[in-house]
Design a protein around this ligand. Structure first.
Ligand SMILES: Cc1cc2nc3c(=O)[nH]c(=O)nc-3n(C[C@H](O)[C@H](O)[C@H](O)COP(=O)(O)OP(=O)(O)OC[C@H]3O[C@@H](n4cnc5c(N)ncnc54)[C@H](O)[C@@H]3O)c2cc1C
Length: 551
């Protein structure tokens, strides 16, 4: 059948966080394409628009948690926080949107509800919650890996008469905790960040903990201006290149030392120094094998357990707070400010859900096996339906009636986390199967933006209209992603990387654990091999109709 519809725009991009903003800039300013961005929120920012809970901040150091596409932007912007707080990152992304005039192509308060590939037209038909329909040649997802909040389906949840909030959908005008009895459910990243701040504001705080955590003091402070002016800004090119080739997207060297090859005293002194310095340096600056070898890891895990024992005064609380069921680093690495110290406050209590599980939420609070906790406010710091949750909120259909929800029912399958077989011209920025959440994300987001932009430019130069991941290449990549994950410590914990926080979600390790630099090298080699594993061409329907017309 001949092509009947025309594209309204060259590309639809979904989301206006780091990914959507960067992709819009690349497509519009560097490739000259027409672009429509849709964003659910009423402003740019993504994660940093939604997560406004007290204490929300980034665990990546600010100087490397940023865009690199504009040298002027890198030089002009001055971070104030070493680990920037949510308002500062939001201001940064708003500044980027203003500076590059990005808002004019973004339609806010608009959620994409469906995207269907029309094979005869080689177009994506994109539909929004407002009933609008836009046809585009390319569809690019910048929907975020952790953008769909998970509020557990606890019996009686809706009967609660007080206020309740998920950390990832925090009210813009804040929450007044003064004098209130507050419950925080969850001690992952958002819980660890918010608990110390809420404890200072609330009348009383009860923390409901499922998993005891390892967390390292961030030693947050204002950014060291000398470091920024003398070491970072003149050397951004080298630093960024180092980050791009690194394991985790940050420009640091892992220590060459091995934890088991030094004496106990020396090892302890090195951990102490790392603990004093704080942040992720505790891991990468100490020993090379902490994240690779369980025995080495045990020494670091035990060091932190001892720090908890030293910090928390009440032995009953120590018993609950010391993590024993997973090694350090097998879940998302956490850094904190006064997390364990908070449990020494008189107005803070801890419920260990392993021994005292929640039975239900009542009109007045939370009932566990041991009793009732009356509260005025419940904070769900319960994380996200990561990596696939936001995809499944849309009805995405590819060729031959393929549905993404069905194709991913046993876990996400992709080629490089960039494309999915049967979904031509659909690209994912930091999709499952790429380093994504195991990276300092702007580095990985920009790599995908550049890669996708280069491919679209290549297609334009070669007069090619359609690109699709091949089934075989995808299957090989999925196997590789699983093989790499199976050799890591990540398989020693029930984490959200594995979907373990969502009842019924398949247990599949979703990100690529081979490292940011190694992943980048894979992507580059595939391009050098003529986009190995991708079929590039002109749409079959168009070629057939030209043949029929004698073209
Ligand atoms: C509390 C928290 C702390 C974090 N800390 C770090 C850190 O220390 N270091 C780090 O590297 N990363 C961190 N991250 C990860 C963070 O998500 C990324 O760094 C980065 O912000 C992701 O950008 P993004 O544009 O890919 O996705 P997001 O910022 O999540 O933006 C996606 C946007 O897409 C929109 N969207 C989704 N679906 C639709 C739809 N159907 N229609 C329209 N719009 C849609 C959403 O509304 C959202 O605004 C953190 C995340 C959280 C939640």
């Amino acid at each position: 059948m001949a092509s009947t519809k025309k594209a309204d725009v060259d590309a639809v991009v979904i989301g206006a966080g780091f990914a959507g903003l960067g992709m819009l800039y690349r497509l519009r300013e560097q490739l000259g394409l027409s672009v429509q961005v849709f964003e659910t929120g009423d402003d740019v920012g993504g994660t940093w628009y939604w997560n406004r809970y007290p204490g929300a901040r980034c665990d990546s150091e600010s100087y490397i948690y940023c865009f690199s596409f504009s040298d002027e932007l890198l030089q002009d912007w001055n971070w104030s926080g070493k680990y920037p707080e949510q308002p500062e990152i939001l201001s940064y992304l708003q500044h980027v949107a203003d500076r590059f005039d990005l808002r004019r192509n973004i339609q806010f308060e608009t959620r994409v509800t469906a995207a269907h590939y029309l094979e005869d037209d080689n177009l994506w038909r994109v539909e929004t919650n407002l009933g609008e329909v836009v046809h585009a040649r390319f569809l690019i997802s910048g929907i975020g890996c952790i953008s769909t909040g998970n509020v557990p389906d606890i019996p009686g949840r809706d009967s609660f008469k007080g206020d309740s909030f998920h950390t990832g959908a925090w009210p813009h005008d804040g929450v007044d905790f003064a004098g209130k009895r507050v419950a925080v459910i969850g001690t992952g990243s958002s819980g660890v960040q918010s608990i110390p701040v809420i404890a200072e504001q609330a009348g009383h705080l009860t923390v409901f903990q499922r998993t005891a955590q390892y967390t390292i003091p961030a030693r947050h402070g204002t950014v060291d201006r000398r470091f920024l002016d003398e070491e970072v800004k003149p050397n951004y090119t080298e630093l960024l290149e180092k980050a791009r080739r690194s394991a985790g997207g940050i420009p640091v060297d892992f220590s060459e030392r091995l934890a088991l090859e030094v004496s106990d005293e020396e090892r302890n002194a090195i951990y102490e120094a790392g603990w004093r310095e704080g942040g992720h340096r505790f891991i990468f600056g100490s020993f090379r094998d902490i994240m690779a070898n369980l025995d080495a890891n045990h020494t670091a895990s035990e060091f932190i357990r001892n720090k908890i024992r030293e910090t928390v005064k009440d032995p009953n609380l120590v018993a609950k707070l010391v993590p024993t069921d997973h090694p350090l680093g097998s879940k998302r690495a956490l850094i904190d400010t006064n997390y364990f110290e908070t449990y020494n406050r008189d107005n803070v209590a801890l419920v260990d859900l392993k021994t005292d599980p929640i039975e239900c939420i009542t009109e007045t609070g939370i009932r566990t096996a041991s009793g009732e906790f009356d509260v005025d406010i419940i904070v769900f710091a319960t994380g996200f339906d990561a990596m696939t949750g936001s995809f499944f909120k849309m009805d995405i259909q590819g060729r031959d009636g393929a549905r993404l929800k069905d194709d991913w029912s046993e876990g996400p399958k992709s080629y490089l986390g960039l494309q999915v077989h049967k979904y031509p011209n659909l690209f994912m920025i930091t999709g499952p199967g790429s380093p994504s959440v195991l990276s300092n994300m702007p580095v990985s987001i920009e790599q995908h933006i550049e890669w996708i932009g280069d491919l679209i430019a290549h297609m334009r130069d070669e007069e090619l209209d359609v690109v699709e991941a091949q089934a075989g290449a995808q299957a090989e990549w999925v196997t590789h992603v699983n093989d790499v994950a199976s050799q890591t410590l990540y398989m020693h914990a029930n984490s959200w990387y594995l979907g373990a926080n969502i009842p019924g979600k398949p247990r599949v390790f979703m990100p690529y654990a081979g490292g940011v630099g190694a992943y980048r090298a894979h992507c580059e080699a595939i391009v050098d091999d003529g986009y190995r594993g991708f079929t590039l061409g002109r749409p079959a329907a168009q070629v057939a109709s030209e043949h029929a017309a004698g073209g």
